[in-house]
Design a protein around this ligand. Structure first.
Ligand code: ATP
Ligand code: MG
Length: 575
């Protein structure tokens, strides 16, 4: 490609609206432009990077045996009503009506559409297993679109759906996708980690998120320094043992009432009573699908609502509003406690190890001291209810738990029979009996992967693309455009590189060398080849890797082959 005939509208200044580096650089390098909130146009350079990710994804999906299809963006409401998600999905689902007043939505995901296809087309165990995928545009009306194409409303996703005769088959399909994802992100040249993620009511650890490691990532993740355990924060298990031990507990002291005027929060309480938060038990009242549940958590711990929701097998849980709190406890917010409480009580394991603790008194301005489980109240169930915290050890091997941040670029998920049951996707087995199909779903955010790669690979001058997803592999400069021999040599190399199928950008603009160097750094092209008057006299060219400090010289005569060799080496080291 010739720069002069191409379209790369770069900015010098950092765009004020862009908070994170990948967003800033994608705007500055002329890769994307915003149309409206969370909706972007890909300019040629951005599209090239997207297509490179897509190609890797497509190759690896095909290699894994998945079959490409293309499903529509607009989906009829009936399918979503059948699956039950029309009411459940909430405001991220963009709903519309057609001229016949039929409800429809713009697909945020395609479980319903693919299940509908499969229930019509697949009837026998002989047609299974099968895995369909597509690379297609999704729409999710995100509450807070931000960070450019990282979290936008309209975005390109690769989504795949596997169909199997039974659970064992579904596990195998899951494994195949997990391995394909590992190859995909490795081939993209990314540092990533697959972490266990919440799989809701499906249970088990049958959901993994593929996280690109980056400090600006929206997700907090943990991993063990000693073993392979890794999970996102909401999924991370907390070992029951340390929290749960109750040997050596002090003997119970008499229960005392303490007047605590206007003292409601843990901070207020610790300073008022001159005690540590680990001596206090918080009582959180939840509304779980219309039922009231009290969750007890140690004062210095944080409740994990996902764990609570899964434990209760609830569709939805939320903290009770002040009105409900008052109704249940008889006191305003801030004074709830377990003693005398008429609600199901679930307590975190840590409470098992506590004695003579402080808790709310279910009366305004009252707390209780020396509260003890069993003597003063009954716990219906002890469970792991809290967020993992610094200092906790690995739930598998007791190793050190490290905290980090990541960008979720992919997600693999075992669905079981959730959709096949709701939408009656069945097959006939060998005996002619009707059985439900087992499903899995697997997504990759294509443009988010590009943004994540930039987030992970940049310096103060611009992007440093891993070569497999770089818009161009090589940028070639004739430094003095007024020198015909310089231009002619550059043209020869350009042609030679094109013949070798190298994706090369010839910067043939008649601008100052400084401008070319700056733009090359901004664009993050992995290899830069400079043809200048000075080196040409020695029969040489300058070549420099984007992240190298200094350039080296290569003979002009063998140039295209030597450059192609460097490109090949970069591919080797990217993976
Ligand atoms: P997130 O938690 O980031 O909202 P999600 O769990 O909703 O993601 P999935 O439904 O698993 O995402 O979608 C599959 C993939 O699509 C994600 O792993 C991510 O890479 C991408 N993706 C999801 N939402 C967006 C978005 N708003 N903008 C860009 N990519 C997205
Ligand atoms: Mg989301």
């Amino acid at each position: 490609m010739r720069y002069s005939k191409y379209f790369i509208p770069t900015y010098k200044e950092i765009p004020a609206e862009a908070e994170i580096i990948s967003h800033q650089l994608m705007l500055r390098a002329g890769m994307i432009r915003k149309l409206t909130s969370g909706i972007y146009t890909f300019l040629p350079l951005g599209l090239k990077a997207v297509r490179k990710v897509e190609n890797i994804v497509r190759e690896e999906m095909n290699r894994s045996g998945a079959i490409e299809v293309l499903m529509p963006a607009v989906q009829p409401a009936e399918l979503w009503q059948e699956s039950g998600r029309w009411d459940f999905y909430g405001k991220e689902l963009l709903r519309l009506k057609d001229r016949h007043n039929h409800d429809a939505c713009i697909g945020p995901t395609h479980e319903e559409v693919i299940t509908d296809l499969v229930r019509r087309e697949i009837h026998s165990y002989k047609q299974l297993p099968i895995n369909f995928y597509q690379i297609q545009t999704k729409f999710r009306d995100e509450i807070r679109p931000r960070f450019g194409v990282m979290r936008c409303r309209e975005f390109i996703m690769k989504d795949a759906y596997s169909f199997d005769v039974d659970e064992a088959g579904a596990d195998k399909s899951y494994e195949i996708m997990y391995d394909a994802y590992t190859r995909i992100f490795r081939r993209c040249g990314l540092h990533f980690r697959a972490v266990e993620a919440d799989s809701g009511s499906i249970g088990g650890s049958f959901s993994h998120e593929f996280m690109v490691l980056a400090n600006t990532g929206e997700d907090e993740i943990v991993n063990c320094a000693a073993c392979t355990y890794a999970a996102n924060l909401e999924k991370a298990e907390v070992r029951a043992r340390a929290d749960g031990k109750d040997h050596g507990k002090p003997s119970p002291k008499p229960l005392e009432e303490v007047e605590t005027p206007d003292v409601r929060t843990i901070d207020e309480l610790t300073s008022f009573l001159s005690t540590g938060p680990d001596q206090i038990v918080k009582t959180l009242i939840f509304n779980s699908d219309g039922n009231v549940v009290a969750a007890l958590i140690r004062g210095d711990h944080e409740v994990n609502e996902v764990k609570l929701k899964n434990l209760l097998s609830a569709d939805q849980i939320e903290l009770a509003d002040p009105h409900l709190v008052e109704e249940v406890t008889g006191a305003p917010m801030g004074f709830a406690g377990p003693v005398g409480l008429r609600a199901k009580i679930i307590a975190d394991h840590a409470i098992q190890g506590m004695a003579n603790f402080i808790a709310g008194g279910n009366r305004v301005d009252l707390h209780l001291r020396n509260v003890n489980v069993d003597r003063d109240f009954t716990v219906d169930q002890f469970a792991d209810l809290r967020m993992i915290a610094r200092g906790d050890t690995c739930p598998r091997c007791r190793g050190e738990i490290l905290f980090g941040r990541g960008i979720e670029v992919g997600h693999v998920f075992k669905l079981g029979t959730k959709y096949s049951k709701a939408m009656r996707a069945v097959y006939l087995d060998e005996k002619g009996e009707e059985k439900l199909i087992f499903m899995g779903c697997y997504g990759i955010g294509v443009a988010r992967t590009v943004a994540a790669a930039i987030e992970q690979n940049h310096d103060e001058d611009g992007m440093i693309f891993p070569i497999p997803i770089a818009p161009f592999e090589v940028v070639l400069f004739p430094l003095q455009m007024y020198q015909s021999d310089v231009v002619a040599a550059a043209e020869r190399i350009y042609k030679g590189l094109l013949d070798q199928k190298i994706d090369v950008l010839l910067d043939d603009r008649d601008v100052r060398p400084g401008v070319k160097f700056k733009d090359a750094d901004l664009l993050g092209t992995p290899l830069r080849v400079t043809v200048s008057e000075k080196t040409l006299k020695q029969g040489k060219l300058e070549i420099k890797g984007r992240s190298e400090k200094t350039a080296s010289l290569i003979p002009l005569a063998s140039a295209p082959a030597a450059i192609a060799q460097r490109v090949k080496e970069l591919y080797g080291s990217a993976e």
